[in-house]
Every structure is written in C-alpha cells, then in structure tokens.
Design a protein around this ligand. Sequence first.
Ligand code: HEM
Length: 191
Amino acid sequence: MQESVAPNLFEQGLFSLKAYRLNSYILVGTVYGLMLLGGYVKSIGAGLACPDWPLCYGQIFPSQKYWFNNGEFNWGLWAEYTHRLVAGIVILMIFHLFIAGWLNREHFPQIRTVAWLFFAIIIIQSILGGLTVLHVLHPLIVTAHLGMGIFSYTVTLINAFLIHTTFKQIKHPVSEETGSKEKQVYPSTNF
Ligand code: HEM
C-alpha cells in the first residue's frame, strides 16, 4: 500500500479545504432555500414589507409595533426580513469560501475562478436586492435580481461538484500504470 505524507489541504481548521467542501455542500441548500423565500416574498406581494434598505423601518430588527397589521400577524414583514437575514448568512458563507479558496488555491486550481465569481455575485446580488426595494420593485431590477439569483445558484452547484470530484480524485487517484483506482492513506486524517 502506498503511504504518503498528508498534504496541507487535509489540515483541519476553519479555512481548510475540508471546511471549504462542507460549506460548499451546505451553501447549495441554503441558496436554494433563499431563492424559494424570495419567490414567496414576491408571490405574497411583500417586496416592500421592509420599506427601506439596508435597515428595516430604520432599525436592524423591526420593533414590535410593525409585527402586526390591523391585529393580523404581519407574515409579509417576516418573509422579507428572513429573506434578508438568510441573504446575510449566505454572504458570510461565501466570504468564508472566498478566503478558504484563496488559501487553498495551489491545491485546487479551479478554485480561483470560482472564488472571484462568488465574490462578484454576492456584491452584485446584494446591491440588486437593495435596489429592488429602493426603486420600489422596478420590473427591470426585480428581473435582474431573479437572473442573478439563478446565476448564483448555478455557481454554487458547479463549485460543489468541482470540490466533490477533487476530493474523490485525491482519495482514490487513478494509477497511471494500471488505470485502476488506488486508495491512499493520509496518516493525520480519517479520510
Ligand atoms: C444571494 C443573495 C440573494 C438571492 C440569491 C436572492 C434571490 C431572490 C429570488 C430568486 C427572488 C424571487 C424573484 C422573483 O420571483 O422574481 C428574490 C426576491 C426578492 N429579493 Fe432577493 N435574493 C438575495 C438577496 C437579497 C437582498 C440582500 C435583498 C435586500 C433587500 C433582497 C430583496 C428581495 C426582494 C425585496 C424580493 C421581492 C421582489 C418582489 O416582490 O418583486 N434579496 N430574491
């Protein structure tokens, strides 16, 4: 059996390639949920339930008097607020991928392109989200926001696929001589 020293990319830590992989998988589900939430906000007509941006009624957390509308619980406010909150979480997750990707760029060359795409997407999508509110749901901006959302999801899927196949190749490299897959042992990990 072929023994090899564990390469840096298997080191544990917040910005390791292993953390990158885990975050990539979770991001696929989170962005999907965020898009569903956006669709829900639009379909119940709650796009302006928080009439300002980046705050909501001038506050980080809307005060209790906005929670109810004529005695009815204001679902629209919470759908829109949750959409923003989840978008904030997605921004942090992508920021993590950007840093981890950059630190591991030598082990996973495609990561550079993906990292820059992520960075651009999240800036543009957040600005478009804000403009959606500030321009009172202008159809062109809402459409651009939807288009960028679809693009963001595509990139998260491609990224997850790339990191998944990269890990598979590292764990089971194809032998140049026999063409068969060999299992490598990395002593400091449980892979
Ligand atoms: C990665 C970040 C984001 C993604 C992937 C995303 C995705 C989406 C999607 C798919 C929709 C449904 C659009 C449609 O059905 O036409 C939507 C709606 C919406 N999003 Fe986002 N969004 C993000 C961030 C934000 C941010 C930061 C804001 C800030 C205010 C925001 C505000 C809105 C609003 C107001 C709507 C409803 C538009 C309407 O009622 O017509 N989004 N979003």
